[in-house]
Design a protein around this ligand. Structure first.
Ligand SMILES: Nc1ncnc2c1ncn2[C@@H]1O[C@H](COP(=O)(O)OP(=O)(O)O)[C@@H](O)[C@H]1O
Ligand SMILES: [Mg+2]
Length: 316
């Protein structure tokens, strides 16, 4: 195995630490995630590798190593279980549960704005994962659609199962954070809380702000603040009021805008105290205005897997 691989597809078929790489699932600012076969246990896993351009950077190596410990420390149904992490031939890897589905970024790009009930179900699961992290005084710090996996749920009452992924930037709450840490903002500034921009202490309420940006995007198709340049975007997070959803979604009650505005308050003290409190307020705001009927989401349209041939004679 040579690292970095000579071509992007150079790892396909390679064996890394007992995992056979099958295909690429996605990549973010720091890593590439592959579907791989665990050769010891004969199961499919998601294998996350620190991107080759960062393998010689100590700050990224430390952050990557920390990610697996953070995620493994929170045992929660909406956080991807980590199986193993380590280093082999200079490659840092994390083996975790493979989530068959799409990330929320891809889902929104494909579907546009989501039906309100689906958006609320997704939000509730994310909120539960975030509150669990916050109870351990961990702040995720990178809540955004690309870090949310949406898989098919267990039954028609739970049409999707959502996982919060990528604890690569997670930190103890109340730590001071500016934009100084290596590569902290390799990605988007669309979801970043004002106190982070100002370098003030962050806690779980910064994740709540980002979650509210994601909720806005699920409902409107775009995050609350969109600006032509990055500085204007940072300014908007700090000083501009969030736009009302009503223009894009006449089906959404005005009360929901008030809930979002509170979650997107510039000062953490003016927001909800927890993510689940935010979800409760969202539910109250839409109660009565949205039919209680289940609304299909894209995961419903994924055809169910073919039953194995031995089972077909039993199925009618
Ligand atoms: N457990 C998983 N199962 C399936 N796909 C995953 C899994 N974890 C991540 N992915 C995909 O890989 C992408 C990058 O993963 P992520 O952990 O966010 O890496 P980065 O730290 O580089 O942002 C995600 O946006 C998602 O599409
Ligand atoms: Mg990511």
């Amino acid at each position: 195995m040579s690292w970095p691989p000579k071509s992007p597809s150079g790892l396909i078929g390679a064996e890394i630490a007992g995992y056979q790489v099958e295909c690429e699932l996605g990549r973010g600012g720091m890593a590439v995630v592959y579907r791989a076969r665990d050769l010891r246990l004969g199961r499919t896993v998601a294998l996350k590798l620190l991107a080759p351009e960062f393998t010689r950077n100590d700050a990224f190596r430390r952050r990557f190593a920390q990610e697996s410990r953070v995620a493994a420390a929170i045992d929660h149904p909406n956080i991807v279980p980590v199986f193993e992490a380590g280093e082999t031939d200079g490659i840092l890897y994390i083996a975790m549960c493979y989530v068959p589905g799409q990330d929320l970024r891809a889902l929104i790009d494909q579907e546009g704005p989501l039906p309100v009930p689906a958006a609320l179900r997704i939000t509730a699961q994310l909120a539960s994962a975030l509150d669990a992290a916050h109870a351990r005084e961990l702040v995720h710090r990178d809540v955004k659609p690309a870090n949310v996996m949406v898989a098919k749920g267990v039954d028609s009452d739970h049409p999707e199962h959502v996982y919060l992924t990528d604890f690569g930037l997670a930190k103890k709450s109340l730590s001071l954070t500016g934009f100084t840490t290596a590569g902290e903002f390799v990605g988007t500034l669309d979801y970043v809380a004002p106190e982070r921009i100002a370098g003030r202490p962050v806690d779980g309420r910064s994740d709540l702000y980002s979650l509210a940006c994601v909720v806005h995007e699920m409902l409107a198709g775009a995050p609350p603040f969109r600006r032509a340049d990055q500085l204007e975007l940072l300014w908007a997070h700090q000083y501009d009021p969030p736009p009302a959803l009503g223009e894009r979604r006449p089906d959404i009650p005005a009360a929901l805008d008030e809930v979002l505005a509170r979650a997107l308050a510039k000062a953490p003290d003016d927001r909800y105290d927890s993510c689940l409190e935010f979800v409760g307020a969202l539910r109250d705001a839409v109660a009565g205005s949205v039919p209680r009927l289940r609304t299909p989401t894209v995961v419903d349209r994924v055809p169910p897997p073919e039953p194995p041939s031995w089972a077909r004679p039993f199925l009618t």
